[in-house]
Ligand binder design. Structure first.
Ligand SMILES: [Fe+2]
Ligand SMILES: [Fe+2]
Length: 273
């Protein structure tokens, strides 16, 4: 069983550029074509948040049309640039059995693996958190499962040394602690717009998928993590093998001119749910 993990689409409606210069609506056409022609390489798709730039409902309609058209199942969670209400209105069928309208966490029981999808969105905030009731639910679910598990969320509960992306994560300690007691588990995230691998609290492997649309400039200084570049976009593939979970990173063959760095002009973390 192979899970295709993509992240940070940052879709704007057709005719509007993301951050003044990224045509993310056109990128969705390229992505759709690739997903259709590579369906034999994955069994399910997971999208870890920032599907839109600011929760625009037309962007969500566009995303819905794309992922509905695929034959593989698809699962999503929101990120800090999403709005739960319009997200739910358009995309709730990609969040089966979600926890509540205020938190869209859920789990998926696949034949050979269990997926735990955590909603870490805090309206108006750039950084993420898992609320205590969701952690209680996750702990109970993990206790019951006997299958290899992947836990997906948008935010990364590890400071990656990328300046402004070195943020807090509410509930990180408890989350990592419960995952460390679970065999065959991996935490898979987005938000960093780069492929990153870390070991949270020296206990749990965390892998971050790059963005489908724009990459963060690789700047490991205190002022890094605040500009994007048009590097080759990519994805992660998670597969459970003899020695446990293995993550591969691949690149999408979409045109990239390697221009930048560019500022995230007009960026917001939507407050209106
Ligand atoms: Fe993002
Ligand atoms: Fe994000």
């Amino acid at each position: 069983m192979t899970i295709l993990h993509i992240s940070d689409l940052h879709v704007e409606p057709v005719g509007k550029l993301a951050y003044v210069r990224a045509n993310t609506a056109r990128r969705m056409i390229e992505l759709t074509e690739w997903l259709r022609t590579h369906e034999e390489t994955y069994d399910a798709i997971v999208v870890t948040g920032d599907l839109s730039c600011d929760g625009n409902i037309d962007a969500y309609h566009l995303i819905d049309a794309i992922f509905r058209s695929l034959t593989r199942p698809c699962y999503m969670v929101p990120g800090n640039h999403d709005r739960r209400k319009p997200f739910l209105e358009c995309l709730s069928h990609f969040c089966p059995g979600y926890f509540s309208p205020e938190n869209l966490s859920y789990s998926v029981d696949l034949p050979e693996a269990r997926l735990f999808m955590l909603d870490t969105l805090q309206p108006g905030k750039h950084w993420g958190a898992v609320p205590e009731p969701v952690l209680d639910w996750l702990e109970a679910e993990l206790r019951e499962t006997k299958k290899p598990s992947l836990v997906f969320c948008h935010h990364t509960p590890v400071k990656p040394g990328m300046g402004y992306m070195d943020e807090p994560f509410g509930g990180a300690e408890r989350l990592i602690d419960m995952l460390s007691r679970q065999p065959d588990v991996r935490l898979c995230t987005g938000h960093l717009h780069r492929p990153v691998a870390t070991l949270a609290q020296n206990k749990v492997v965390v892998v971050t998928a790059p963005s489908v649309s724009l990459q963060m400039k690789l700047d490991l200084t205190p002022t890094g993590g605040d500009e994007f570049v048009f590097e080759t976009p990519g994805y992660a593939l998670h597969k459970f093998l003899e020695d446990g979970w293995v993550t591969h990173f691949g690149q999408f063959p979409f045109p990239s001119d390697f221009s930048g760095p560019w500022p995230f002009t007009n960026t917001i973390n939507p407050t209106d749910d």
